[in-house]
Design a protein around this ligand. Sequence first.
Ligand code: NAD
Length: 515
Amino acid sequence: KRALSTSRPSFYAAAAASVPKTKLYINGQFIDSKTDKWIELRNPATQELVTLVPEATPEELKYAADSAAEAFKSWRKTSLLSRQRKMLDLQLLIRENMDRIAHSITLEQGKTLADARGDVLRGLQVVEAACGIPQMLLGDHLEVATDMDTYTIREPLGVVAGITPFNFPAMIPLWMFPLANVIGNTCVLKPSERDPGATMILAELAEKAGIPAGVLNIVHGARDTVNFICDNEHIKAISFVGSDQAGHYIHERGSRNGKRVQANLGAKNHGIIMPDANKNHTLNALAGAAFGAAGQRCMALSTVIFVGKAQEWLPELVERAQKLKVSSGFEPDADLGPVISPEALRRVERLVESGVKEGANLLLDGRGIKVAKYEKGNFIGPTILTGVQPHMECYREEIFGPVLVCLNADTLDDAIELVNKNPYGNGTAIFTQSGAIARKFTQEIDVGQVGVNVPIPVPLPMFSFTGSRGSIRGDVNFYGKSGVSFYTSTKTVTQLWRHEDADAQVASVNMPVMK
Ligand code: NAD
């Protein structure tokens, strides 16, 4: 294994000698970065310094991409069955280490332990689906003319990269590297600098599962690391999940450099509540999907349209929200933890205030709550704004906190029109007991993932994640059949083994036609 060439002093070395530093994982080794730029990662429930995350140096980034390119030469030649075997071992190791990964997520990201286990489990299901890769890679074969066959081969692209957000530190990296690797690609993955711990454990497990050196590489950093990924010559494709701002930039810069880019972006998911819905089921689903994970899910149901008399249920929704316990994710009775950072907290609070200033009614105010034992945490309790209008900032912006924004509509048609006018298209859900209403809704709604009495309709990995419109750039989705398409290119072979012109002395120059 090649040594790294940089030897600059560490900026924090003296001040934070006792704080563990997150390592890079390059060419099969966990490496201490030589950078002098370190990002502080603090426990969002306590502000304690958990680790320092390096901004990898240009030499380290190059080393990762070069290692991935070198490893691709041999990895692509390994048999599909041996790669499948490694995925089977990886899924078992993830299952065995579920609590360890969940613990890291709660420490760095703040969500409750139960929710963190869900984060790991939803990612694990993608790994389990990746174990069925031989079936998914089957090509087409047709005898297209007498003695002539055409068939397709799905080939890996080479080096592919992943850039992930803070809110699902296990699930989203697991949307990316297992499928990419089992197909025969090698990977450079950049987890969120705000909670890379889960990815580092996954790298350790991948190594244990027999993923060879250079096949999976983990680098850290922020904008410079992202720019490197967008520009590096070896990297053929980029999978990005995160905010609009970063996603538009990465999609544009990566595409300009000729890379395939899939980018899942922000959201404003609407729930439509019909007066005929089952009230208890609906209210429980709303409270869970709006406030769970402190509202920091891309599929959180952050906006609700009450149709007709359904708005009379609001007082009962407030009661449900008030019963939720806000505390550190490690407290066994916590329902929601803190938001990721003090800046995120200030932003959420500012958006709530903007709603009030623009004339919305603050039915439940979770700002300024005091959480015993965790006075310094980034906490905000469930918050409900009603009477919201589409022009208000709290409606137009993705809040990404435990804030439910409520609108009213007289009819289902009015509600559908509102949702279809919103630029985002990640997810939506209708609550009704009428099959006819549900069918009309699923047909007329212009959103990529639709739930009927299901508040967070994230498809399981035999399907794909199909957010639409403003919630996506690039047109090939994550995991499932789309994921396989994204990480492969198709080669089409046409072959002929009987030569009717074997004795002819004059070549035909006409366009070959198959008869
Ligand atoms: P983010 O965009 O801040 O960060 C995502 C990644 O991009 C990180 O690795 C980060 O280092 C990098 N990054 C951030 N700013 C950048 C910039 N200016 N230039 C280049 N790179 C940059 O997103 P986040 O706050 O970590 O995640 C929350 C967002 O992700 C929300 O908007 C949420 O809706 C979205 N999200 C979407 C989905 C989906 O599938 N649609 C899933 C999860 C999260």
